[in-house]
Design a binder for this molecule. Structure first.
Ligand SMILES: Cc1ncc(COP(=O)(O)O)c(C=O)c1O
Length: 432
């Protein structure tokens, strides 16, 4: 049956939209952190539809909130009318964002959220010059691709922006990788000054950065780098956009937003993925003075519609009531410590990195920093054979990514850890 669906998929959907696994799977049901495929095989889900099923599957509080909205008969009204759910969610997000006098604009995807952030930043500053980070991913529209520093994820060179590139904080390879944390921060800040002086006309609109790079394989700079950068940005009036599409809502455990690890406050923050727990919900939150910088009507038909914002309110309430940030810290530590002690020392593992429930393992050819995407893929398939869904990422496709629902229990973390360790050891052993 799945084979038939795969053939039909291939016949009618574009090939540049990748499917995971040599034998792709169809997930037909889910509960908590577990999903079942069309063959009846059950998996512990450590990728959550790319960090999007943030609370998990079949959560009564979320289902009931959506069903209540459906029962009113109003699925959609457009933003030409007042939407109570949208106003309520905007109030909560504005208050939680850490951004003073905040306004929120809702969209349907992370791409559109970043597009909106870039629109207001470029209008506010009357400049189309942007600073972005190497190895980043911000989405699939022209502007979002334009600030994406990963050739595999940037399908067109057409760019409405003029972009200059900063260092990512990669610890495995690259010019700054051998430096200590403090040295790396100093070097990256010095590099920013040089980039501003040599590659821009000075009046740059904004810097856009992910606190932890999602698609980039969970690469993140030392804590404090954004503060070093922001000091320089402030000297020029350049805005700072934090792309929190993957890092938001407590996933990093230590903070509610990824940017907070750096002791700065962004001018604009974009969110998506987890806040809808699968319903299409995203947006940008920013200082009123900046977010109001739109000189014409800018309207999203579906953005923040009654169904998605009903889900969003239920997701955020659930997250806060159950203190899932604390859970991400506690359960994430079990996974991180377990991975570091069991596989961190293997020759083929360059790094175990990440924060909270956002953890990656980078694979290289033993004893080198040469990426090993083939080994990564074998580990990835072996984990699935063992009953665990994970993700892949990194500039070279050589990072195994774990971003389970934030409701993951300690028992499930240990179960998943055992499957992962087994998959890595067996595959690495077979390769040796
Ligand atoms: C950090 C980041 N920003 C933006 C996006 C784009 O979001 P979407 O796929 O919802 O357009 C993604 C998607 O993976 C992302 O990881």
């Amino acid at each position: 049956m799945t084979d038939d669906l795969l053939a039909r998929h291939r016949a009618v959907l574009p090939s540049w939209m990748p499917l995971y696994y040599a034998e792709p799977i169809e997930l037909v049901s889910g509960s908590g952190r577990r999903v079942t495929d069309a063959q009846g095989r059950s998996y512990l889900d450590f990728f959550g539809g790319v960090l999007t099923n943030m609370i998990g599957y079949d959560i009564p509080e979320i289902r009931e909130a959506v069903e209540r909205q459906l029962a009113t008969g109003v699925v959609h009204t457009s933003t030409l009318y007042l939407i109570r759910q949208q106003v309520e969610l905007a109030e909560k997000i504005a208050q939680r964002s850490g951004i003073p006098d905040a306004r929120v604009f809702f969209t349907n995807s992370g791409t559109e959220a970043n597009e909106a952030a870039l629109l207001v930043a470029t209008n506010h500053r009357r400049s189309h010059q942007i600073l972005a980070v190497r190895n980043s991913y911000h989405g699939r529209s022209y502007a979002a691709m334009g600030v994406t520093g990963n050739r595999n994820w940037s399908a067109s060179g057409l760019n409405p922006l003029q972009v200059a590139w900063l260092h990512s904080g990669d610890r495995v390879r690259g010019l700054l990788s051998r430096l200590s944390d403090d040295e790396q921060v100093d070097a990256a800040v010095e590099d920013l000054r040089e980039v501003l002086a040599t590659q821009t006309a000075g009046d740059v609109a904004a810097l856009i950065a992910e606190p932890i790079q999602g698609v980039g394989g969970f690469v993140h700079p030392p804590d404090g780098l954004f503060a070093g950068w922001k000091k320089v940005l402030d000297e020029h009036g350049i805005l700072f956009i934090a792309d929190e599409v993957q890092t938001g809502w407590g996933r990093t455990g230590e903070h509610f937003w990824g940017y907070q690890a750096h002791g700065v406050t962004p001018d604009l923050l974009t969110f998506a993925k987890g806040i809808g727990n699968g319903f299409a919900l995203a947006g940008v939150v920013g200082r009123a003075e900046v977010l109001e910088s739109v000189p014409a009507i800018s309207f999203s038909t579906f953005g923040g519609n009654p169904i998605s914002t009903a889900a969003g309110n239920a997701v955020l309430d659930y997250l806060l009531e159950h203190d899932l940030q604390a859970n991400a810290a506690r359960v994430g530590a079990i996974l991180a410590d377990g991975l570091r002690s069991a596989v961190g020392g293997l020759d083929c593992v360059a790094e175990v990195r990440g924060k909270g429930l956002m953890l990656g393992v980078e694979f290289v050819r033993p004893g080198t920093s040469e990426p090993d995407p083939a080994l990564t893929n074998r580990v990835f398939e072996a984990a699935r054979d063992g009953g665990l869904l994970a993700g892949k990422g990194g500039l070279y496709g050589n990072v195994l990514r774990m971003g389970p629902p934030l409701t993951l229990t300690e028992e499930e973390a240990r179960e998943g850890l055992a499957i992962l360790v087994d998959a890595i050891r067996t595959t690495a052993g077979a390769a040796a």
